[in-house]
Design a protein around this ligand. Structure first.
Ligand SMILES: NC(=O)c1ccc[n+]([C@@H]2O[C@H](COP(=O)([O-])OP(=O)(O)OC[C@H]3O[C@@H](n4cnc5c(N)ncnc54)[C@H](OP(=O)(O)O)[C@@H]3O)[C@@H](O)[C@H]2O)c1
Length: 339
């Protein structure tokens, strides 16, 4: 039996489809207020005929990573764990909760897996948990994370989570870690990277010169399953298809969604003004800021990623980012009520 934590999320739902469609037994964690509709529609998107039936094969179990008892129950009879439950946020108000879910939650799960003798633990980390390379060089797996005032709290939480997984590995848990760049795919457009499509669809006006890596959600799922089922242990792998300017990906989304792409350039100065104004607006209105100091910094940062390691280790091939954007836009065209 496989257990997927965070099965209702962007990565977790793609992983559920990958596992169920290949005939494997899957249990997935959910919480009291989790929305399963998105996952069901994702299954229908990838298999219009059998999607409903495949979806019904998932065994859902209520579990919170901060509730050790629920984790132990979810792990009964499980041999492989895919850990995708996490909080992805750049909002200052979410910092404390994000550390609790990402770091303490991962520690709880690792401890329960050690207790119950889980055979393989596949952890979804992030490139945010890897150190920065020298200027102009790509980020590779061996770079050690360094404390810096420019690290986002999300990055700190993902690094803390990875440390818990490495601790588990030292205590005898066979682990494999993936570090995806920005994941592109259909998901809940109010959270995580699925929000990018929503902002372009809603008429995003500004673009920046920032560059980063992007990867298709289907590739993240497929790489996680291949690694979990391989003899590879105690290694981490960057998952990234191509490095692009954010603008390029916004253009892909705009073309697929049939809307105008962002056309005004926002350099670091304009971005710095924008996040401060958003902070003020958010304080006055009580609504979430659309841009924060951390997202503004990321949007202007040039960072390249190399995925050579996984390509060499298991011969993994990534889909082009343009295909990922088309897949995402196609999904929301079929289910317009979800965007
Ligand atoms: N998206 C990206 O671009 C990206 C890039 C690199 C790495 N990652 C990593 O990939 C993993 C999955 O991210 P995602 O994009 O799929 O995020 P997501 O769409 O926001 O999904 C998060 C999942 O975690 C669950 N969750 C949150 N708090 C929980 C808790 N206390 N206990 C149990 N489950 C909880 C959520 O359940 P509910 O439905 O109940 O809220 C949801 O299923 C994360 O570790 C993230 O850091 C993502």
């Amino acid at each position: 039996m496989n257990l997927v934590t965070g099965g209702t999320g962007l990565v977790g739902s793609h992983l559920l489809y990958e596992l169920v469609a290949s005939g494997q037994d899957v249990r997935a964690t959910m919480r009291q207020n989790s929305q399963l509709e998105m996952v069901m529609k994702l299954f229908l998107w990838y298999d219009a005929e059998r999607g409903q039936e495949l979806f019904s094969q998932i065994e859902w179990i209520e579990a919170d990573v901060n509730d050790v008892f629920s984790l132990r129950e979810a792990l009964q009879g499980v041999s492989t764990v895919y850990h995708c439950a996490a909080m992805v946020s750049f909002l200052p108000a979410d910092r404390q909760q994000m550390m609790k879910v990402n770091v303490n939650g991962t520690a709880n799960l690792v401890n329960a897996c050690l207790e119950l003798g889980i055979e393989k633990f596949c952890h979804c980390s992030s490139v945010a948990a890897i150190g920065q390379p020298d200027e102009g060089k790509p980020t590779v797996e061996s770079l050690v994370w360094k404390t810096s005032s420019t690290n986002s709290w999300y990055s700190i939480s993902k690094y803390g989570a990875e440390r818990e997984v490495w601790r588990g590995s030292e205590e005898g848990l066979p682990v494999v870690i993936v570090n995806p760049t920005i994941v592109i795919g259909p998901g809940d457009t109010t959270r995580s990277s699925a929000q990018l499509y929503q902002s372009v669809k809603n008429g995003l006006k500004f673009y920046t010169k920032g560059v980063t890596g992007f990867v298709d959600a289907r590739d993240v799922a497929s790489a996680m399953v291949q690694l979990a089922q391989s003899p590879v242990v105690n290694e981490r792998f960057i998952l990234s298809s191509e490095n692009h300017q954010y603008r390029k990906v916004f253009d892909f989304f705009a073309a697929s969604a049939g809307v105008q792409p962002p056309k005004y350039f926002a350099g670091p100065v304009l971005s710095a003004i924008a996040w401060r104004m958003e902070k003020l607006r958010s304080l006055i209105t009580g609504s979430k800021p659309l841009i924060t100091r951390e997202t503004a910094r990321n949007a202007n940062h040039v960072r390249l990623f190399s995925s050579e390691k996984i390509q060499k280790a298991i011969g993994f091939k990534f889909r082009p980012v343009e295909e990922a954007a088309r897949n995402t836009a196609g999904f929301y065209k079929k289910f317009p009520e979800l965007v």
